[in-house]
Design a protein around this ligand. Structure first.
Ligand code: AMP
Ligand code: MN
Ligand code: MN
Ligand code: MN
Length: 292
């Protein structure tokens, strides 16, 4: 296991084809090694089943692997003023993948995912896009982990848009015909499952949420009060401005900082695994201090 002082290239957020990534868990680990990652967390959406395969490869190749998961929640503030349910992702790092509270909690989310996919397909059918559930399932290794990303890949194949980003923009985001509201887990659920599994909770890609600064700050406060530990400061979808903004939030809310590419596969991601900017903000404690 690598020591804290030796870590030069941590990547604590990425996906395999167990969820909506394109590579197998073993191939994710191989690619991370090729790209110089020395501390890796595989963080599939709502599932820990890829970790065993990733661990076999990581151990064979001498890479330190941290167990991870990215949990889909929706958040509505407990205090007045923020009413909407906002989808947010909470990464759990250093979790015991066999913890029943975690595995059973994730199972409830996965069951909801399949039902949402049926409703998405019905909505897309209404605008003349047929067979989207079956199509999306062809891209997914597990029907209960079917994601908007799998719908997007099928819709690219169908020729409705040139790439997955264009499919999201025209069909799969709020206000577009294939988007359906969904009840995910709550913030308290995710924090409780991660705590029960002995892990630390991290706010994923905070720069991507469509919410006001006021709401985001309220979220950070509730996250910290509920036992949350870190937020992603350096991540694939963050600009230099985001890095500065979330470094300020980390210092202000007493949260550590995490670093992760959110890599999903060749041609589908903001940045390749292990290829994040080397900058690290002053005064922000790396979350891996608590993982090693
Ligand atoms: P879901 O969890 O099924 O709602 O799908 C969310 C996933 O879709 C994210 O984890 C990303 O992999 C992908 N995604 C979300 N928004 C976009 C976007 N605008 N362009 C491309 N992929 C996206
Ligand atoms: Mn994804
Ligand atoms: Mn995410
Ligand atoms: Mn992710």
């Amino acid at each position: 296991m690598i020591s804290f002082d030796s870590v030069k290239n941590a990547d604590l957020h990425c996906h395999s084809n167990v969820s909506d990534g394109l590579l197998t868990p073993a191939a994710v680990v191989e690619r991370a090694l090729d790209n110089g990652v020395d501390l890796l967390a595989l963080t599939d959406h709502d599932e820990v089943a890829g970790l065993a395969e990733a661990r076999v490869t990581a151990e064979a190749r001498g890479l330190t692997l941290v167990n991870g998961v990215e949990i889909s929640i929706e958040w509505a503030s407990k205090t007045a003023g923020v009413t909407a349910n906002i989808p947010i992702h909470v990464v759990g790092l250093g979790v015991d993948a066999r913890c029943p509270a975690l595995t059973q909690g994730l199972e409830t989310i996965r069951n909801g995912r399949y039902q949402r996919a049926e409703r998405m397909a019905a909505a897309l059918d209404k605008i003349g896009l047929r067979g989207c559930l079956e199509g999306a399932l062809r891209y997914s290794s597990n029907p209960t982990l079917v994601s908007r990303a799998h719908f997007a890949r099928f819709l690219v194949e169908s020729g409705v848009a040139a790439d997955t980003k264009a499919v999201f923009d025209h069909y799969l985001v709020p206000g577009k015909p294939g988007y359906v509201e969904h009840r995910w887990a709550t913030l308290d659920d995710a924090l409780g499952w991660i705590r029960a599994a002995g892990g630390v909770a991290v706010v994923a890609h905070p720069g991507r949420y469509k919410m006001s600064k006021r709401a985001l700050r309220r979220f950070m406060g509730e996250f910290k009060d509920g036992g949350g530990v870190a937020l992603e400061v350096v991540c694939g979808s963050h600009t230099t401005e985001h890095v500065k903004q979330f470094a300020r939030y980390a210092r202000e809310f007493g949260l550590a900082g995490s670093r992760g590419s959110d890599y999903h596969g060749p041609g589908e991601s903001y940045v390749d695994i292990g290829c994040l900017s080397k900058e690290w903000p002053e005064g922000v404690t790396p979350v891996w201090a608590q993982l090693l």
